[in-house]
Design a protein around this ligand. Structure first.
Ligand code: C2E
Ligand code: CA
Ligand code: CA
Length: 541
């Protein structure tokens, strides 16, 4: 039998005459090559090479496009599987990570009836997620509803999502992730009544349909119970795992008139819970429709932004106080989304951290900033922001190394900016990685100083090259408290031999105060706003 790795080396998918659809996909989601069965399964034209599934929306059944997009949306280093029923056929997609750059998708098609139908809720046998019904079965169940809108006894849908589940997969492995899902299913089956139905949707999402109960009381009580129950620690492969779940709920005839919208509305409520009430629950309301769909659209668009080259870097000068010379630039990302103008990193970086997209975005930022900086005079530094999430995959050093090698930039010219949050969350591991990075000659600055816990511990436990005083203190310089903090940080920096830089300097007054108190560098609109790369030569000449 041909194995995935053989196919990768041979890469001659068009010649593989199998009933199984095969597609070799790169990490931007483009099809490198496909076999004839793949084209046939999705009724695609032959010239799909170098296209993404998203680009084939017009040519393909939208449900199929969505399915394929979801299927390739897995994480690195895994074999994942997704199943869907389209046109009475059950399609199962297996994704195999071949290497850093390529994945192989294998799609099998079976008549729907051959697909084993799990019976509904069998708490008696050991329940795993496989014993639960799936989304399409639950939809069918609801569609058969006989409306009775007379009283408060009406169906309610609870949509349950585990918070930061991807992180469990990344840190403990997929085997533990699967175990955790199984245990979650068990806990859910324990809280339901006999006529309720539990379903497992893709990934970490579960749904409960309450049928004959008094609403909204039953649904909110159940949501509170589940939130509490899933906060209790799990023992997964001998390790204690703490997670939480967010829950969205929608009630038929109270929150929606149609049975078909019940799942959708509960999902919108879940979306809201994940963003605004993590670890708790939210009930559907009309206004969610707008905000959640905007947020969701942003998330979907963010996934494509790298591929569509919608990111750019702006650069803000860092100036030495005593001679007002530019000594470096901080790279600041901008997302220019077609039709939406420029989206602030404050809006999309947290989203990219949630979806883990930040790994690829952060890598792109490092590569681009180093490449750009290599064209500047050698005495000019480049500072790059690094998100705490980027430390989770333990390969930041390799990514930095690769960016330096590709650009030819001297490591001494690169400075990474990290925030205290990183050190609070995962001190030992993050410090280990940072120390490794230091050995390459790259320096590390502590960003937004004063906004977090600002423990002296961090300053003495790591040789930071720079403390960046957060702009909120500079902006509030008229208050005693801010002035005291600024003075203290500058003094502390000089005692520890760490340079201090004040951010957000907008006025001469602020400049003078900082200069008088021995701050070494500043950054802010007083000198320049962040500018596109083209404007740098004019600034440094
Ligand atoms: P930050 O690292 O604290 O960056 C400084 C922010 O202050 C920038 O906002 C900058 O445009 C703004 N700023 C600079 N001077 C002044 C001033 O004089 N007055 C005022 N009012 N603002 C000033 P920006 O570019 O919107 O970035 C916001 C945050 O997004 C950054 O805060 C950083 O945390 C994050 N960010 C930006 N680029 C990246 C990136 O490539 N990777 C990561 N992980 N985060 C990034
Ligand atoms: Ca920064
Ligand atoms: Ca900052």
């Amino acid at each position: 039998m041909t194995t995935a790795r053989d196919i990768n080396t041979a890469m001659d998918l068009p010649a593989i005459d199998s009933s199984c659809g095969l597609a070799l996909i790169d990490h931007a989601g483009k099809m490198i090559s496909v076999n004839p069965a793949f084209l046939k399964l999705f009724a695609l034209p032959p010239d799909v090479q170098n296209k993404t599934f998203a680009e084939l929306t017009g040519a393909m059944n939208p449900v199929a496009t969505h399915f394929l997009l979801q299927a390739i949306d897995g994480e690195h280093g895994i074999v994942s599987k997704r199943t869907i029923v389209i046109d009475n056929k059950t399609l199962t997609a297996h994704i195999i990570e071949l290497n850093q750059a390529q994945r192989l998708m294998m799609v099998e098609s079976l008549p729907a009836s051959l697909f084993p139908t799990p019976e509904i809720n069998h708490p008696a046998r050991t329940p795993g997620t496989a014993s639960l019904i799936n989304r399409s079965m639950l939809s069918k169940h609801i569609a058969n509803w006989k409306p009775d809108r007379s009283g408060t006894v009406t169906p309610a849908m609870l949509m349950i999502g585990l918070d930061r589940f991807k992180r469990i997969n990344e840190t403990l492995g997929h085997d533990s992730g699967d175990q955790l899902l199984k245990f979650t299913a068990q806990r859910l089956l324990r809280v339901i009544r006999s006529d309720d139905i539990v379903a497992h949707f893709a990934g970490d999402q579960f749904a409960i349909l309450q049928i004959n109960q008094n609403q909204p009381v039953a649904a909110t009580t159940m949501a509170e119970r589940i939130a509490e129950l899933l906060k209790r620690p799990f023992l997964v492969n001998g390790q204690q795992v703490n997670i939480s779940a967010s829950i969205g709920l929608a009630i038929l005839y109270q929150d929606t008139e149609s049975t078909t919208d019940l799942i959708k509305h509960a999902e919108l409520a879940l979306y809201d819970a994940k963003h605004n009430a993590r670890g708790g629950y939210r009930r559907y309301e009309q206004s969610l429709q707008q905000s959640a769909s905007e947020q969701h659209e942003l998330e979907v668009n963010l996934r494509r932004a790298l591929f569509l080259q919608e990111f750019t870097l702006f650069y803000q000068p860092q100036v030495r106080m005593h001679d007002k010379k530019i000594v470096g630039f901080e790279a600041l990302i901008r997302w220019e989304k077609l039709g939406a103008g420029i989206i602030s990193p404050l809006r999309f970086i947290p989203l990219a951290e949630d979806t883990r997209e930040i790994h690829e975005i952060g890598q792109w930022v490092l590569q681009t900033a180093c490449r750009e900086a290599a064209t500047w005079p050698e005495n000019i530094q480049i500072a790059v922001n690094v998100s705490p999430v980027q430390f989770e995959s333990n390969n930041l050093k390799q990514i930095v190394q690769a960016a330096l090698a590709a650009s030819g930039l001297a490591p001494q010219r690169l400075e990474l900016e990290i925030t205290e949050g990183l050190l609070i969350k995962n001190m030992a591991n993050a410090l280990d990685q940072l120390k490794e990075i230091l050995t390459m000659g790259v320096s590390v600055a502590l960003d937004d100083f004063g906004t977090g816990y600002s423990s002296l511990n961090y300053l003495s436990s790591f040789p930071f090259s720079k403390i960046k005083i957060d702009q909120s203190f500079v902006h509030r310089m008229h208050t005693d408290k801010s002035r005291t903090l600024i003075k203290a940080v500058i003094a502390l920096g000089s005692a520890l031999g760490i340079k201090t830089l004040a951010e957000g300097v907008e006025t001469e007054e602020q400049f003078d105060y900082l200069a008088r108190n021995g701050c070494e560098e500043i950054q802010g609109y007083l000198i320049s706003k962040p500018v596109p790369a083209e404007q740098i030569p004019a600034l440094i000449s």
